[in-house]
Design a protein around this ligand. Structure first.
Ligand code: ZN
Length: 151
C-alpha cells in the first residue's frame, strides 16, 4: 500500500469512528438486520428504507472497534440512493479488495473512499470487522432474520 493510501486510511477511520455518519435507526424502516462479529465483539443494528429497488436511506447503530464503526459509516454513505443490484456489486468488489493478497496492487476501481479498507488486508482478523456492516446489509436486503455473523 502506498504511504498516501495508508495516511488516508488512518485519517478516514479516525474521522468516521469519532463522528459516524448515518448513526441511529429509522422509525419507518422497511428492512432491518443485526450483525455480530464474535472475534472482536463488534455489534451492529441496521435499518433501511427502500424506494422501489433503490436504497433510499440507511442507518446503523451498535458498538464495536474503530474499523467496524468506520466501515459501517462509510458504507451507509456509499450505498445511499443506489439500486440494490448496484449495492450487491459494490459489496462484491469491496469483499474482493479486502480479501485480496496484501502484496497485490490495490484495485479500488469504482470503490471511492471504500478503497482505503485495503489497509485491513495485512490483518486478516480485521477483515471481519471491515465486512460486518456489509454482511448485515446483505441480510437486510435479502430479508433474512437470523443475525449476520462474520464466521
Ligand atoms: Zn472489530
Amino acid at each position: 500500500m502506498t504511504s498516501e493510501l495508508r495516511e488516508l486510511y488512518q485519517t478516514l477511520i479516525l474521522d468516521h469512528n469519532r463522528n459516524p455518519r448515518n448513526f441511529g435507526s429509522l422509525e419507518d424502516a422497511d428492512r432491518s438486520a443485526d450483525g455480530f462479529n464474535p472475534l472482536c465483539g463488534d455489534k451492529i443494528h441496521l435499518t433501511l428504507k427502500l424506494r422501489g429497488d433503490v436504497v433510499e436511506d440507511v442507518r446503523f447503530e451498535g458498538s464495536g472497534c474503530a474499523i467496524s464503526t468506520a466501515s459501517a459509516s462509510l458504507m451507509t454513505q456509499a450505498v445511499r440512493n443506489r439500486p440494490v443490484a448496484e449495492v450487491t456489486r459494490l459489496f462484491e468488489r469491496f469483499h474482493r479488495l479486502v480479501t485480496s493478497d496484501a502484496a497485490d496492487p490495490v484495485n479500488g476501481q469504482d470503490l471511492g473512499k471504500l478503497a482505503v479498507f485495503a489497509g485491513v488486508r495485512q490483518f486478516p482478523v480485521r477483515v471481519k470487522c471491515a465486512t460486518l456492516a456489509w454482511h448485515t446489509l446483505k441480510n437486510a436486503l435479502e430479508g433474512r432474520s437470523e443475525p449476520a455473523r462474520t464466521e
